[in-house]
Design a protein around this ligand. Structure first.
Ligand SMILES: Nc1ncnc2c1ncn2[C@@H]1O[C@H](COP(=O)(O)OS(=O)(=O)O)[C@@H](OP(=O)(O)O)[C@H]1O
Ligand SMILES: [Mg+2]
Ligand SMILES: [Mg+2]
Ligand SMILES: [Mg+2]
Length: 368
């Protein structure tokens, strides 16, 4: 079976009113479960960032003049998404100290040459947040919102972790990407929200993947101890999801990065190549059973590339570890300190998978 999810069409985003009306304070007052107001704020931030990204991706795909090699659309969307998430989190959670570890910063937007791009970002952010704002944000406020993401994280206090667009290459091609937001509390992952605007709602592996009326747009969310839920970005109710129950490694299907340079391909046989943390989302609902990510030597993984996806998978009953079987540690700052790479699967498959991975690494090392 050879499924290429990247050929799927992208669909329009209709923002669900129910989500926007569910302000953090309304939800918090009706529930005493942990992290509910943070969850509501994170979902709202991810929904609004999705709206911004979809707007940019649509205009990118429709534009005849826009060269696919021109990185400015994704730049605008990256910064815009980060500004929106930062603004919404602060606005929805005013009583809490705010710390955000995020991929982008405003350094490259400060020069005169970047003025035009900054104006585009400011317009887009104001447009996206129109219903939330009483007056427009200035370019300086947008820069300030982006730079709220300069925290170093760590093992004390609370830190939000954000990849405003994960899978930028997929975004540019009109394929898979994700807005990935997570919360660390005293160094521990406690919440994750993963918006995958182009991921089909139906599990892939179904025969309808090439059909033109395929429904896309998934939001995965997880709070520690409470499981993982998926809902449509169009506003369906969340449903609980689980990782695959497959126990026989021979039946297990793999995910890997679309980008060949992001993994040592000879470690896995892939059924689906997907950009971004959408891979973790798909794994959490059992579309495939294994995700292997083994970057080339010297590459250092960043926490925002794995935080949201990781808790989405573990709360769905999965395990995410490095090649030595250690759980990922998000408390060490911006980088993950990993043994070789990342292995994500269900609890039954993990021991045999780790053994196979370690043997494979051993063989590779001794053949050098
Ligand atoms: N060489 C190399 N090896 C491993 N990982 C790398 C490498 N270069 C970049 N990155 C990071 O990979 C993030 C995207 O991950 P994916 O595996 O989904 O890649 S891809 O979308 O299929 O290209 C991507 O995240 P975004 O920048 O947010 O898109 C990068 O942080
Ligand atoms: Mg990324
Ligand atoms: Mg990114
Ligand atoms: Mg990047």
């Amino acid at each position: 079976m050879n499924i290429n999810i990247n050929r799927l069409r992208t669909g329009p985003l209709r923002l669900p009113n129910i989500i926007l009306r569910n302000s953090a304070s309304v939800i918090a007052s009706s529930m005493s479960l942990p992290y509910q107001k943070e969850l509501a704020a994170a979902k709202k931030a991810a929904f609004l960032a999705t709206r911004l990204c979809q707007k940019v991706q649509r205009s990118l795909l429709q534009s005849d003049v826009q060269s696919k090699l021109d990185k400015s659309p994704v730049t605008v969307a990256d910064y815009g998404s980060q500004a929106v998430v930062s603004f919404v989190l602060k606005h929805e959670l005013p009583a809490e100290p705010f710390s955000l570890v995020a991929e982008e910063d405003s350094r490259d937007l400060q020069s005169d040459a970047a003025q035009e791009i900054l104006d585009r970002i400011t317009l887009l952010v104001n447009d996206t947040l129109a219903s939330e704002l009483t007056s427009s944000l200035s370019a300086e406020s947008v820069l300030g919102a982006i730079d709220s993401g300069r925290s170093e994280g760590g093992s004390h206090g609370r830190h939000w972790v954000l990849d405003p667009i994960d899978g930028t290459k997929g975004f540019l091609r009109g394929d898979q990407y994700a807005i990935a937001l997570a919360l660390l509390d005293e160094g521990k992952l406690v919440l994750g929200v993963l918006a995958c605007p182009n991921l089909p709602l139906a599990p892939f592996g179904h025969n309808n993947q090439e059909s033109s009326d395929i429904q896309v747009g998934c939001l995965f969310s997880a709070v520690i101890g409470m499981g993982t839920y998926m809902q449509s970005l169009n506003g369906s109710s969340p449903v609980k999801v689980h990782v695959s129950a497959i126990e026989n490694p021979k039946e297990a299907s793999f995910f890997e990065s679309f980008e060949a340079s992001h993994s040592m391909h000879d470690l896995s046989i892939s059924i689906a190549e997907i950009d971004s943390q959408a891979k973790y989302g798909a794994l959490s609902r059992g579309d495939g059973a294994i995700y292997l990510r083994f970057p080339h030597a010297g590459y250092r993984e960043k926490i925002w590339d794995h935080a949201a996806g990781s808790i989405v998978v573990t709360e769905a009953g999965g395990v995410v570890a490095d090649a030595a079987g250690n759980p990922l540690d998000f408390s060490k700052g911006k980088y993950l300190e990993l043994e070789k790479g990342i292995v994500a699967t269900n609890q039954k498959l993990m021991p045999s998978l780790l053994k196979a991975v370690q043997e494979s690494i051993q063989e590779k090392t001794s053949s050098l």
